[in-house]
Design a protein around this ligand. Structure first.
Ligand code: NDP
Length: 245
């Protein structure tokens, strides 16, 4: 059987921004693979929300920082329609830790998930995505702010942006675009966890638009990069943040 349906793999799609990206790409006609770390119920909720609306989604567990789990994820993704068209790497964590000797374990954890994870996902995407396909990684607009306690997280995302630019260059000749989307504060568990209402309001007030963003507002930019309208955008970091930075 031949199929014209394109496949998109979205890491960290059980919740938050990744979920909104998966739902949007499904609406745009992609078969979507919902990757997650351990939250089966949320992953199934994402799958159900897509399939109930006439889309096509399946969930695959894999820790993005574990080599054999990532290669298994990509093999499975490629097998669905015979080729992989789009990879969006949204999985990530954001523990807060100041730059102190006691915070080394937090640093190692963030670098392992966010930077080693990005290296593994981008590396497998480079091998698996078809010529003419698209690769998109999530960075963060907070890089420009240098807030206290964001050191490990900012270091990891600065690394992600570096990988994106280099990979775009390495894929010369294959017509594959590689870009990053760097959200400002966006209403998800990752943003809300550990913050008081006062802290949330203070951060929301920083952008000229004076509010936090929604996962759908990030997903619409990712969808542009993943579709035909994004064909000339390559090796860019698109900051989607209401003017936050
Ligand atoms: P959430 O905490 O809402 O969701 C995180 C997602 O990543 C979940 O699906 C989670 O799976 C998955 N995940 C976490 N660790 C791993 C892992 N090791 N392997 C596979 N999947 C994993 O985060 P957001 O949606 O807010 O963040 C998405 C991306 O956007 C991140 O890269 C984040 O750094 C970035 N970002 C977010 C901003 C915000 O304000 N929200 C701002 C700027 C950037 P599970 O459910 O199984 O735990």
């Amino acid at each position: 059987m031949t199929t014209t349906q394109q496949t998109a793999l979205v890491t960290g799609a059980s919740r938050g921004i990744g979920r909104a990206i998966a739902q949007r790409l499904a609406r745009d006609g992609f078969t979507v693979i919902i990757n997650y770390a351990g939250n089966v119920a949320s992953a199934e909720e994402t799958v159900h929300s897509i399939n109930a609306n006439g889309g096509n989604a399946i969930a695959i567990q894999a820790d993005v920082a574990v080599e054999n789990q990532v290669s298994r994820l990509f093999r499975a993704a490629k097998n669905i329609n015979g080729q992989l068209d789009v990879v969006v790497h949204s999985a990530g964590i954001m523990p807060m830790a100041k730059i102190t000797p006691a915070a080394l374990a937090d640093f190692d954890k963030v670098i392992n998930t966010n930077l080693r994870g990005a290296f593994l996902v981008l590396a497998n995407a480079a091998e698996s995505v078809r010529d003419g396909g698209k690769i998109i990684a999530l960075s963060s607009s907070v890089i420009a702010k240098s807030f206290p306690a964001y050191g490990p997280y900012i270091a990891s995302k600065a690394g992600v942006e570096g990988l994106v630019h280099v990979l775009a260059n390495e894929l010369r000749g294959r017509n594959i675009t590689v870009n990053a989307v760097a959200p400002g504060p966006t209403g998800t568990d990752l943003f809300f966890n550990g913050k008081s209402t006062e802290q949330i309001n203070a951060i929301a007030a920083l952008a000229p638009l004076a509010r936090i963003g929604t996962p759908d507002e990030i997903a619409s930019v990712v969808a542009t990069l993943a579709g035909a309208d994004g064909s000339w955008v390559n090796s860019q970091v698109i900051r989607v943040n209401g003017g936050f930075a």
